[in-house]
Structures are given as C-alpha cells and as structure tokens.
Ligand binder design. Structure first.
Ligand SMILES: *[C@@H]1O[C@H](CO)[C@@H](O)[C@H](O)[C@H]1NC(C)=O
Ligand SMILES: *[C@@H]1O[C@H](CO)[C@@H](O)[C@H](O)[C@H]1NC(C)=O
Ligand SMILES: *[C@@H]1O[C@H](CO)[C@@H](O)[C@H](O)[C@H]1NC(C)=O
Ligand SMILES: *[C@@H]1O[C@H](CO)[C@@H](O)[C@H](O)[C@H]1NC(C)=O
Ligand SMILES: *[C@@H]1O[C@H](CO)[C@@H](O)[C@H](O)[C@H]1NC(C)=O
Length: 281
C-alpha cells in the first residue's frame, strides 16, 4: 500500500536531504576577540573556520561584514584568486592562515591597530553553489578614561553632584553614592542624569544628580562623602573616587558678603543665603 510505503519513502527523502545538507558548507568556528585595547594591539585576527567539500563546494566565496554596512569589509573568491578589501578597516592584505590551503588560507581578516570606531558586530558569511552559512560575534575596542572627576556645586538650596569622565569607550557602568557620617555604607544617589558626547571615537560624560540641601546630613553629625564609581565591561578597569561634602555655613555668613572674587563656592553661598532671606521675613 502506498501510505505504508509512503512513510519510509518520506523518511528516506528526509535522510537524503540531510546527507546533502549536513555535509554542505558549514562554519565550524568563529574566533573574534571580545575586548581589545584601543590602538595598542599591533593587530587582531578575526577567523572563520568552515568545512567544505572540494567536489561539492564550487564557487566558494568568503565575506566579512561589519554592523549594518552592506558593503563587505572583505571578500575572497579562492577560485578566482580575487580579494576585495574595504579601506576603512586597515586590513593586513598579506595575512594568510599559516596552516591554510587554497580554500582556507585567506579566510581571516587581520585588523591592524584597531581603534574604538571598529567596535561592533562582525559577521562571516560563506557561500558556494551547494549552500551557505554565516555566524557573527561582537568585538569591543575599548579606551580607558583619560580623566575622572567628581565635584559638587551648591546653589539655591540644592547640591548638584557631578561625575565627569573623559575620553572613554564604550559607555561605562557608573554610579553615584553618598557615605553618611560615621558609616561606611555607600548608599546610591537616585535620579541620576546621564549626558554624553561622542568625540573622536570616545565619550565625554557628565553623570549627575541634584539633592536638596536639607536632605543631607548636617555637619554637626560628622563628615558626609560623595562618591562615583566607573567600570568598563570586559576590562579590569574600576575607579572609585570620593570627595567630602562641606555644606554652606549659611547661618554664620553675613548677607551681602558678596565679594567680587571668582570663587564658585562663595557665589553659591551668597546665593543660597539670599534665597533664604525672604523666607524668614
Ligand atoms: C586610540 O588609539 C589611537 C592610536 O592608535 C589614538 O590616536 C586615538 O586617539 C585613540 N582613541 C581613543 C579613544 O583613545
Ligand atoms: C571642583 O570645582 C572647583 C571649582 O569649580 C575646581 O577648582 C576643582 O578643581 C574641582 N575639583 C575637582 C576634583 O575637579
Ligand atoms: C534611593 O532610592 C532607594 C529606593 O527607592 C532608597 O532606598 C534610597 O534611600 C535612596 N537613596 C537616597 C540617597 O536617597
Ligand atoms: C555590562 O554588563 C552587564 C552584565 O553583563 C550588562 O547588564 C550591562 O548592560 C553592560 N553594560 C553596558 C554599558 O554594556
Ligand atoms: C574660595 O574657596 C576656597 C576653597 O574652596 C576657600 O579656601 C577660600 O576661602 C574661598 N575664598 C573666599 C574668598 O571665600
């Protein structure tokens, strides 16, 4: 009967399909370094290993892509001995896999002195008449901050705490905290604001929050500290800085003690004592 025969026949077809599919061109390993320091590595290798079958896989083409760029970073057609390079990526055009053969030796890309702009997702794509496969992974070229600064200003009854980070890539993990008098507990400061600009492949960041002066401990309770932490994923980089908070001694200040010096804190003091004036009267 056909239905009885039909079942094994279908299985056989499936099996045959699998044999050709399962033996078809396939990427077996993609090696892309996850984190690379900016500008200091002589070169990094992005490799794409595949199994291919000389008889089946005619017209082999190997391509590498970066992020959403439709133009390949690199393309190799072994049979034509044709290689195309995008000049955006500073590829070493002489690089060959040491153990490679005519169908594998130019499959990898070797990026010379990668910089932060070359971070992103890299995809290796292999094609032949018999099949195709692709695989992708990300590489982050990081730059540690050139400076990290923590400071605060006091104005109109509010304390603005600002942590500034310059020349960093990618965006770091950051936190602002305070340490209350006579404790060691870092309590997070809430309602933080993140502002940044990307300039020449690195971020300049201002991470800040504003706290009403009256929510902060009084000086008579002891010293309060503000702190900022900066970490960069995938690296050992970890920075923590603290500054002591000195509240405005409003009560002791004379009103109109508004001298013409360019001392930021004394201007803040003057303003804050003025803003309190009317409340009292
Ligand atoms: C990365 O390194 C290059 C030198 O190779 C340097 O010119 C560039 O400023 C660096 N970028 C960052 C963000 O540090
Ligand atoms: C804090 O700000 C003052 C005045 O604006 C400045 O002189 C000082 O250098 C800053 N401190 C830090 C650690 O940046
Ligand atoms: C921040 O918010 C958390 C949860 O709402 C709270 O427990 C904590 O006390 C707040 N931190 C500060 C400094 O206000
Ligand atoms: C850093 O890694 C953590 C956990 O792996 C993740 O939740 C976070 O989004 C990462 N931060 C950035 C800025 O990529
Ligand atoms: C200016 O600020 C510094 C430290 O912040 C302080 O020592 C100095 O007394 C201030 N000058 C005046 C005129 O208030």
């Amino acid at each position: 009967m056909e239905s009885v025969l039909g079942v094994p026949l279908r299985l056989l077809v499936l099996l045959l399909l699998c044999v050709s599919k399962c033996l078809a061109l396939q990427i077996t390993r993609l090696s892309i370094p996850s984190f690379v320091p900016n500008g200091s590595e002589e070169s990094v290798l992005l490799d794409c290993e595949y199994n291919y079958n000389l008889k089946e896989d005619k017209k082999l083409v190997v391509k590498w892509f970066h992020d959403d760029d439709p133009n390949p970073v690199y393309q190799w057609i072994p049979e034509l001995d044709s290689k195309l390079y995008s000049d955006k990526y500073k590829l070493d055009e002489d690089y060959e896999i040491p153990s490679g053969n005519a169908y594998t030796r130019s499959r990898a890309i070797n990026i010379q002195r990668p910089t932060t702009e070359l971070s992103g997702t890299y995809k290796c794509e292999v094609q032949s008449l018999e099949g195709s496969d692709d695989m992708e992974d990300t590489m982050t070229v990081y730059a540690l901050p050139t400076s990290v600064n923590l400071n605060y200003t006091i104005a109109d009854g509010y304390v603005k705490v600002v942590c500034e980070v310059e020349g960093v890539f990618p965006l770091p993990e950051m936190s602002l905290f305070q340490i209350k008098p006579k404790t060691v507990v870092m309590s997070p400061l809430n309602d933080t604001e993140l502002e940044y600009v990307l300039d020449e492949g690195a971020y300049d960041i201002e991470f800040s929050t504003t706290i009403p002066e009256e929510d902060l401990p009084r000086p008579s309770d002891g010293l309060t500290f503000f702190g900022c932490t900066v970490e960069i994923n995938g690296t050992e980089y970890e920075k923590e800085i603290k500054v002591p908070y000195f509240p405005n001694p409003v009560a002791e200040k004379q009103e109109g003690d508004d001298s013409d010096d360019d001392n930021g804190s004394s201007i803040a003091k003057a303003r804050s004592s003025k803003s309190r004036g009317p409340e009292v009267s």
